[in-house]
Design a protein around this ligand. Structure first.
Ligand code: GDP
Ligand code: MN
Length: 397
C-alpha cells in the first residue's frame, strides 16, 4: 500500500525521524489556515505548497512551489488543487491533485547552498536482508545517478540478528562527508529511520531529499513510504491511510472480493489460477502477438461465482476484445471449473460480447472439454497452452 508524502512523514515522525513539518489541506482556504498555524508552531514565514499524489517527480511537473506570503499560499494552492499533475511517474494524462501539503520552508533564504542527500531503506531480495541505500547526489533523479555515476551510490546491509549497529550509522554519516553536529544528527536520523522502517512493516522508504540545513539539522523533506500489505493486520491505525482515489477503480473492486487483479494496456483479458501460471499465460499471449489486458489470479476456488465475478471485472475494461481462461486443475477438478464457466456464461447472457477461449488442463481435463463443447455456448475450448494463445489471435484478427 502506497502512502502520500504527508502520511509517510507522520509515520517517520512518530518514530523520532526529523522531518520538514507540514499540514495537509483539501482547499485553498484551509491551506491559508494551516499555513498560519504552521507559522505559529515553527515560526516559518515562507511555505512550500506540495501536491499530494502517489507519484514522484512532482517538483519538475510544477507540483511543488514556494510561497513567500499568505496570498501566494492561497493562489498557488488554488492552482495546484484540482489540477492534473503530469510527472515522469504518472500516466500520460496525469493524476488529479485532491490535496496539498503546506510545509515549512527549510531551505533558508539567503543561506549558502543546502546539501541534499538520497536515502532509502528496502529489502535486498538476493541476500534476504534489509539495506540502506544512500548517496550524496540527492534531490535529483536517483535512476540517473545509478546510470551515470553508480560509484556515488552506497549500500549498507543490516544483519537481522543484530539490527543496525552504531558503527554502520557512523559509516553512513562519514560517507556522506559529514562532521561535527551534522554527523551526529545524521547517525540519529539513520537510526530512527531504520527503526521506523522495521516497526511500521514497510517494504520501501525513499527519502529524496534528506536535507542538511545551513544550521546543520538533518531533515526528511520528502517521503515515499510503501507499507507491506501482508502486515497491515498488525497496524489497524495504518489501514485508514489508504487513499482509494489514487488506485485503479477496477483493481479496488477486484481486491475487495479477494481477486488478485492488475490492469494492463492490452486487449486480451486473462483469467488464470495461480500467479505463476498467470505470468506464463501473459508471456504466451505476447509471444503469439497479442497484448494482455490484465493479470488476474482467481486463486484455488474457481467456482461459478468466482468465475462470474472474474468475467465481470475483466469486462469492465472496454479494451478487452477476447478472454482467455487458463486453469490448471490440480486440487480443483477441471470439470467443476468447466461447469462454473458454463453457469457463469449462462447467468451473464448478453453481458458477454467477446469470444471466450478456455484451456483447462489437469484432473478431468477431457471431461471438462466435453462439457464445454456440449454446452452449445460460444466458448472455444482447447487443451494445449500454445493452441489457446493462437486461437486468441485467430479470433482477434
Ligand atoms: P518530488 O519532486 O515529487 O520528489 O518532491 P520533493 O518533496 O522531493 O520536492 C521537490 C523539490 O522541491 C526538492 O528537491 C526541493 O528542491 C524543493 N523543495 C522542497 N522543500 C522545499 C523548501 O522547504 N524550500 C524550498 N525552497 N524548496 C523546497
Ligand atoms: Mn523527492
Amino acid at each position: 500500500m502506497n502512502l502520500h508524502e504527508y502520511q509517510g512523514k507522520d509515520i517517520l515522525a512518530s518514530f523520532g525521524v526529523k522531518i520538514q513539518r507540514g499540514l495537509v489541506a483539501e482547499n485553498h482556504k484551509k491551506a491559508v489556515e494551516v499555513a498560519k498555524q504552521l507559522n505559529a508552531e515553527t515560526g516559518t514565514s515562507w511555505w512550500v505548497v506540495k501536491a499530494q499524489i502517489h507519484a514522484g517527480g512532482r517538483g519538475k511537473g510544477g507540483g511543488v512551489k514556494l510561497a513567500k506570503n499568505l496570498d501566494e499560499v492561497e493562489s498557488i494552492s488554488k492552482d495546484i488543487i484540482g489540477m492534473m499533475l503530469k510527472t515522469p511517474q504518472t500516466p500520460p494524462e496525469g493524476k488529479k491533485v485532491n490535496q496539498v501539503l503546506i510545509a515549512e520552508d527549510v531551505y533558508y533564504p539567503g543561506d549558502s547552498e543546502p546539501e541534499e542527500y538520497y536515502m532509502s531503506v528496502l529489502l535486498n531480495r538476493a541476500s534476504g536482508r534489509n539495506m540502506i541505500m544512500y548517496s550524496t547526489e540527492g534531490g535529483m533523479d536517483i535512476e540517473t545517478v545509478a546510470e551515470e555515476t553508480p560509484h556515488l551510490i552506497f549500500t549498507e546491509e543490516v544483519d537481522p540478528a543484530t539490527g543496525l549497529l552504531p558503527f554502520q550509522a557512523r559509516k553512513i554519516a562519514f560517507n556522506l562527508g559529514l562532521s561535527g553536529k551534522a554527523f551526529k544528527e545524521m547517525t540519529q536520523f539513520v537510526n530512527a529511520l531504520y527503526k521506523a522502517y522495521v516497526n511500521s512493516d514497510s517494504s520501501l522508504f525513499e527519502i529524496n531529499p534528506v536535507l542538511k540545513t545551513s544550521d546543520d539539522k538533518i531533515l526528511a523533506v520528502d517521503a515515499k513510504v510503501t507499507l507491506d500489505d501482508n502486515a497491515l493486520f498488525r497496524h489497524k491505525d495504518y489501514q485508514d491511510l489508504r487513499d482509494l482515489r489514487e488506485e485503479s477503480p477496477i483493481e479496488v473492486e477486484a481486491n475487495a472480493v479477494g481477486l488478485n487483479y492488475v490492469k494492463l494496456d492490452g486487449n486480451v483479458g486473462c483469467m488464470v489460477n495461480g500467479a505463476g501460471l498467470a505470468m506464463g499465460t501473459m508471456d504466451l499471449i505476447k509471444q503469439s502477438g497479442g497484448e494482455p489486458a490484465n493479470f488476474l489470479d482467481v486463486g484455488g476456488t474457481a467456482d461459478a461465482e468466482r468465475v462470474e465475478t472474474g468475467f465481470r471485472i475483466i469486462l469492465k475494461d472496454p479494451n478487452v476484445k477476447a478472454i482467455l481462461v487458463n486453469i490448471f486443475g490440480g486440487i480443483v477438478r477441471c470439470d467443476r471449473v468447466a461447469q462454473g464457466i458454463v453457469d457463469a456464461y449462462q447467468n451473464m447472457g448478453d453481458e458477454i460480447q467477446v469470444p471466450i477461449i478456455v484451456r483447462l488442463q489437469g484432473t478431468n481435463a477431457v471431461e471438462a472439454k466435453q462439457l464445454i463443447d456440449d454446452s452449445g455456448l460460444d466458448v472455444i475450448s482447447v487443451v494445449e497452452f500454445k493452441e489457446a494463445a493462437d486461437k486468441v489471435q485467430e479470433v482477434l484478427s
